[in-house]
Design a protein around this ligand. Sequence first.
Ligand code: NDP
Length: 463
Amino acid sequence: MSEFDYDLFVIGGGSGGVRAGRVSAALGKKVAIAEEYRFGGTCVIRGCVPKKLYVYASQFPEHFEDSAGYGWTVGETSFDWRTLVANKDREIARLEGLYRKGLENAGAEIFESRAVLDDRHTVRIVSENRTVTARHILIATGGRPNMHEALPGNEYCISSNEAFDLPELPKSIVIAGGGYIAVEFANIFHGLGVETTLIYRGKEILGRFDMDMRRGVHREMERKGIRILCHTISKGIVKRPDGRLEVRLSDDEIIVADQMMLAIGRSPNTEGLGLEAAGVETGPIGEIVVDELSRTNVDNIYAIGDVTNRVQLTPVAIHEAMCFVDTVFRDRPTPPDFDAIATAVFSQPEIGTVGLSEDEAAKRFDELEIYRAEFRPMRHTLSGRQERMIMKLVVDATTRRVVGAHVLGVDAGEMAQLLGIAVKARLTKEDFDGTMAVHPTAAEELVTMYQPSYRLRNGERVE
Ligand code: NDP
């Protein structure tokens, strides 16, 4: 008989924790998993999934408008926020059930409770006020929105958590931040008819992405009517007697809005977890410090997902979970592979991207060829919409390898998934050129850009 109650105790029932728990249990390990709120974590409950549903909801007004050019007359339309929220809740409850069932079917034991570490092998099940022991412990407690404690009036602000379930749709909103969440929500709210202002402290939204994508999406968002203020932060928020908010900006402009949303990054959930009792080391923003195998400084305790503040993406947490299982239970030490992660921003239009931006590539390679196409996609010929699509390939001129692929436009997220295979497989520009186009599609542009638009040598544009 084992000296421990469990082979593995997982704290946190999000994408990473559930995957690790389910697969380990399916291998015949004795597994327990604790979740204090709902199974599914940020992605399913208050992140990727509801976000994508709201993106779909917010796109209908443009579809209605665009249909006129194709001969349709759409009658009077109206939108009911509560219907959307209720239908979203139903879908999330369904998904949560699937997560739970997957764990149960694999034989994992579920604790609907907060769990904290008493020592390196002992976990306290808070709701039952008892302890259990485990040989291995996996911390996958995720993160939460940074609510900017130093901002006067921050108690009046919402985060993406609340945005999904507002009792009513605001007439106007100010969103602070220039990352994924700020940009996606600005488009969602605007699409649903909310007067939307985005304020961002830097010079261009969506740092870390290719500059063509950043400028392109900025231009299209402004064209739709979203107000974007760069080099701007909020100095404070005051609630008026009528319940509306006065948002004071760094240039002293005051915007009156119904809601103010903070989307300025996320912080790891590590407070009150008993990390000190177990001797687990944390980093500057509270993240759990791990080695390349996701192991903490305490060798039977591992951490994966947002709580480690490596790459805050659901598929990355799931990949880390699979690597954890290989390392710990299959005797195959496997470091997660963070190279060439394809990703999408569900802005409107979308950004799909994999590999290096032009600027990043210019720092790493002596000579680059940039292939770039900007055009109005076919679907907008009859619709009359002015929205433009941008496609860009960044090629290392020495090896001919495509080191970055970037798309702005309809279905860019879907394209990024497939481009991800090509870039990950280190395919060359000639492999792209030798691939037959699928016609007529927008994506065919990716295999028909035969001449470089320009070249860079030692970081300088040469032609
Ligand atoms: P991001 O890290 O993407 O962006 C944070 C933004 O907030 C940046 O623009 C940053 O500016 C700004 N910021 C940070 N601190 C301050 C401050 N004190 N005052 C003003 N602005 C500030 O975080 P998000 O919150 O948007 O998203 C969190 C994570 O969730 C992302 O990293 C992403 O990995 C994940 N996510 C992924 C999605 C997807 O895959 N589609 C969708 C949503 C989230 P600066 O650029 O100057 O640092």
